[in-house]
Write a protein that binds this ligand. Structure first.
Ligand SMILES: [Zn+2]
Length: 461
């Protein structure tokens, strides 16, 4: 049974989907005004593990991720770059997808750019005005948090310091300042050419409304899991709940999952502190992106992770060691296939099931990746894991073990013996035997290539 920690209840709960085996998963995507930094990427890797664990448990997952291609930051940055918003955000959307791919993050079923949903965002805002949850002021529309009695239930807010009638126009603000937040922003000259002409007037949507609208449209309401980084709990996710539940008068999301911060040298990452890294920065320093993924897996997603370049180096050594093990096990598999050591296989069989159970138990315990990795290493140390099992585990870990490079492999003795026999058969023009041996060699996943002068070479398949 999969157990996950629900921020809404502050408890680890059994995961029971709303609809049998189908899981609706919504994860807040990037704001595409710059390259994602490694702190952002930690959230996306955590969400990827979540999705892989759901898939490993045989759930069907419908995953939607928004792309914030319209907000305060994207507008400002596109102006600084002297580019249209569309062109500017397209560049960073592509960069994000490339980074995700390098980290073996499975692509969501749907990437949803916010600007594709302006109409339904306008409609939802109108609905909230009609229901009395929102009001217009100077051409902008705000959500009246006092009207929504459950406001603050996710972030567990304390309203004692709240100023009566306070309003915020910015997309992001601190937990200490709950206030009526903006759903629709009236155009101002500093927005330049960025606006939509709608029944609400000339302007653009606020940030929070996009996730309510996209999830409602793509997954329905309620849906199963909404995930993001802890920094999104307030105001973003709190405001999403208010908008969605006030609009439809039914629950929004069953499980809320949040990944912790990444620190660099025990400090919050900031360009001014010179401790700011993107994935590209790590690649420039010749790190394998998957070493970063491995590093992330060594800490539980709900614990803070202190990133250092030394820790990344150690992770890279760990990953290389794991790749060495994979290569060794792959060779063993081939030789075992050849010798058909069925007895040995069976003896190992029971142990293998035990290890699979332990691995499943770890990942199903609120995505305990450090525990799962420890089980893998313990099994390797005690010679209790085979190639196939390790690759099965990699469906969750996503460390690219199936692509462990085989460049260091030597031709196994068994293949060499078959090649020798084949050379004799060919010298005797026994083509039937020669073909049979070719097939034998193929079974060990090597392919024979004959040269014009009668020589043979093999390549690993
Ligand atoms: Zn969001």
């Amino acid at each position: 049974m999969l157990k996950i920690y629900n921020t809404l209840t502050r408890k680890k709960e059994n995961f029971v989907p709303l609809k049998k085996n189908n899981v609706g998963l919504y994860t807040c995507g990037p704001t595409v005004y710059n390259y994602a930094h490694i702190g952002n990427l930690r959230s996306y890797v955590f969400e990827d593990i979540l999705k892989r664990v759901l898939l490993f448990n045989k759930y069907k997952v419908k995953h939607v991720m928004n792309i914030t291609d319209i907000d305060d930051k994207t507008i400002r940055a596109s102006q600084e770059a002297n580019q249209t918003l569309k062109k500017f955000t397209a560049t960073y959307t592509l960069a994000f997808k490339e980074d995700a791919k390098k980290l073996n993050i499975l692509s969501p079923g749907k990437y949803a750019p916010a600007t594709n949903y302006i109409k339904p965002m306008t409609a939802l805002t109108q609905k909230l005005i009609k229901n009395g949850f929102a009001y217009e002021k100077d051409g902008s529309v705000y959500f009246n948090i006092k009207k929504f009695k459950n406001y603050g239930k996710l972030a567990r807010l304390n309203f004692s310091g709240m100023k009566a009638g306070a309003r915020v126009d910015v997309d992001n603000y601190e937990k200490e300042n709950p206030a009526d937040f903006v759903l629709w922003k009236a155009w101002t000259p500093k927005d330049g050419p960025v606006f939509w002409q709608t029944p609400l007037g000339k302007g653009r949507p606020g940030w929070h409304i996009e996730c309510s609208v996209i999830s409602m449209k793509e997954l329905g309401q309620p849906f199963d899991i909404h995930a993001g980084g802890v920094d999104l709990i307030f105001p973003h996710h709190e405001n999403e709940i208010a908008q969605s539940e006030a609009a439809l008068n039914k629950p929004f999301v069953k499980y809320w999952l949040h990944g912790e911060h990444l620190l660099v040298n025990n400090q919050k990452m900031a360009k001014s502190l010179n401790n700011f890294f993107t994935l590209r920065d790590l690649i420039t320093r010749h790190f394998n992106p998957l070493a970063f993924r491995y590093l992330l897996l060594t800490t539980h997603y709900r614990s803070k992770l202190n990133f250092t370049l030394e820790a990344l180096e150690a992770a890279e050594r760990g990953l290389e060691h794991l790749h060495d093990v994979v290569r060794k096990l792959k060779q063993e598999k081939k030789i075992n296939n050849k010798n058909r050591e069925i007895d040995g296989d069976n003896k190992m069989g029971d142990k293998r099931y035990e290890i699979r159970d332990k691995f499943l138990e770890a990942i199903n315990d609120d995505l305990d990746t450090p525990g799962a990795l420890a089980i893998v290493w313990e099994a390797i140390k005690n010679n209790l894991i085979d190639y196939k099992t390790l690759l099965t585990f990699d469906k969750v870990l996503g460390l690219g073990l199936d692509k462990a490079k085989t460049k260091k492999t030597k031709i196994p003795v068994v293949v060499q013996k078959l090649l020798n026999a084949r050379a004799i058969a060919r010298a005797e023009k026994d083509w039937k035997e020669s073909d049979r041996l070719r097939e034998e060699i193929k079974k060990i996943e090597f392919e024979v290539q004959d040269s014009a002068d009668g020589g043979q070479t093999v390549v690993e398949l």
